[in-house]
Design a protein around this ligand. Structure first.
Ligand SMILES: Cc1cc2nc3c(=O)[nH]c(=O)nc-3n(C[C@H](O)[C@H](O)[C@H](O)COP(=O)(O)OP(=O)(O)OC[C@H]3O[C@@H](n4cnc5c(N)ncnc54)[C@H](O)[C@@H]3O)c2cc1C
Length: 376
């Protein structure tokens, strides 16, 4: 290895790859280091693959909106497949949740047009698989989509490689030293050097920060579990909306002719190769059986992944205020796929000491809102 790059990115999830791709395309030499044998092995490869404009806090919603154009019209040569396919989302409330759901609706209906409030009758029409009398109201996001996460990841990688970027898999960054204006990155297979280091290490980002000598980043990886079950006989699932409980106690969506469901768990975890806990799977099945009147006999597959959050549930994107040339790109929580294009543009602009591009300004995304300086 023993080579100096303008930028070394640690982490080949969607955050690292999208930012690396944008940076390589500006003519910088960029390398990505990934400890696993393939990119996207952790959170990125385990997501529910949804783009929901109404999900998350106001900053997340703006980042998602700013990313939509990229998903709908990616650069030439990015992919042969559409990155998005329509998947309406219906948020539903039992009687005890109705008030909370109404507040959510008011808060996340940013332009007053995105979401549609549904009474019980309208809800039964939009989500006919819900058990009768289970929910009393809901709201519809008819503009949400499924994301082809693999096509997104591969598209960014393609452009990255075309621009001369190098992806080094099975190479964990184990030591970081800043000296004479550049980073030395130790790996078991040799050293490499970077003028700027980007920390896109997902659940491991706080640990990587410590290796670099940064202050503790209050990042909490939280486990979220998911299952795939067979569709009930007689129900064609492909056209069904995703259904999310008002308190995110469950969600369920079509997945290649079957149904994918999650209990919406958020269990703090050390960074690891996450696996689902049996109790979370049992809770998931119980909740969806109650809501949909299903009788789940067999679980097709199950998995878990870590969604990493900062206390304000907003990601961090910017240079560390104390450690030189050390850039944080972490804390994407449950929104890292749908916000990746905007986050990558912002990261590339900050690294180049440029103002955020117009595509971000249009959505009033201020770099300060995502800066690590708001935390340290
Ligand atoms: C069940 C579930 C459902 C989700 N649903 C959605 C959804 O519908 N929509 C959405 O937008 N988001 C969703 N998310 C969130 C989304 O998956 C994450 O926000 C996003 O994938 C985070 O990307 P990342 O690149 O930061 O992390 P990761 O994909 O985890 O990548 C970080 C990478 O860094 C590598 N790494 C760490 N330390 C080192 C080191 N020292 N050296 C080298 N490599 C290192 C890791 O191996 C890993 O590959 C979901 C997540 C889960 C778990």
């Amino acid at each position: 290895m023993d080579k100096t790059y303008d930028i070394v990115v640690v982490g080949a999830g969607i955050a690292g790859i999208s930012a690396a791709s944008e940076l390589a395309r500006t003519g910088l030499s960029v390398a990505i280091l990934e400890m696993e044998h393939q990119p996207g092995y952790h959170a990125t490869g385990r997501s529910a693959a949804i783009l929901a404009q109404s999900y998350g806090n106001a900053v997340i919603r703006r980042l998602t909106r700013a990313s939509e154009h990229f998903f709908n019209a990616p650069p030439t040569g990015f992919t042969d497949h559409p990155l998005l396919s329509p998947r309406p989302i219906v948020h539903v409330a039992r009687p005890d949740q109705a008030q909370r759901l109404r507040s959510q609706f008011e808060e996340s209906n940013d332009d007053g047009k995105l979401l549609e409030w549904l009474d019980a009758g309208e809800l039964a029409h939009v989500a006919p698989h819900l058990k009768e009398n289970y929910a009393v109201c809901g709201f519809l996001n008819g503009a949400a989509s499924d994301i082809d996460v693999n096509a997104l990841l591969q598209g960014y990688l393609r452009l990255f490689r075309q621009a001369g970027g190098e992806l080094h898999t099975a190479r964990a960054a184990t030591g970081l030293i800043y000296d004479s204006g550049r980073w030395t990155i130790e790996t078991a297979k040799g050293r490499l050097y970077g003028n700027i280091l980007i920390n896109a290490a997902g659940a491991w980002a706080a640990e990587l920060g410590k290796l670099a000598g940064a202050r503790d980043m209050p990042l909490t990886p939280m486990r979220r579990s998911a299952v795939v079950i067979d569709a009930p006989e007689g129900l064609t699932v492909s056209e069904l909306p995703m259904v999310i409980d008002a308190d995110e106690e469950f969600y369920i969506k079509p997945e290649a002719g079957k149904l994918m469901a999650s209990p919406g768990d958020e269990t703090p975890s050390p960074p690891c190769d996450a696996a689902p806990d049996e109790i979370d799977i049992a809770i998931c099945i119980d909740r969806i059986e109650k809501a949909f009147g299903l009788d789940v006999r067999r679980i097709d597959s199950k998995w878990a992944g870590l969604r990493s959050f900062l206390p304000d549930r907003t990601p961090v994107c910017g240079f560390d205020p104390q450690v030189p040339s050390f850039f944080w790109l972490a804390g994407q929580g449950g929104y890292g796929v749908q916000t990746a294009p905007a986050m990558a543009w912002l990261a590339a602009a900050i690294v180049a000491h440029q103002p955020p591009p117009a595509a971000l300004n249009d959505f009033r995304i201020a770099a300060e809102a995502l800066s690590p300086a708001r935390i340290f």
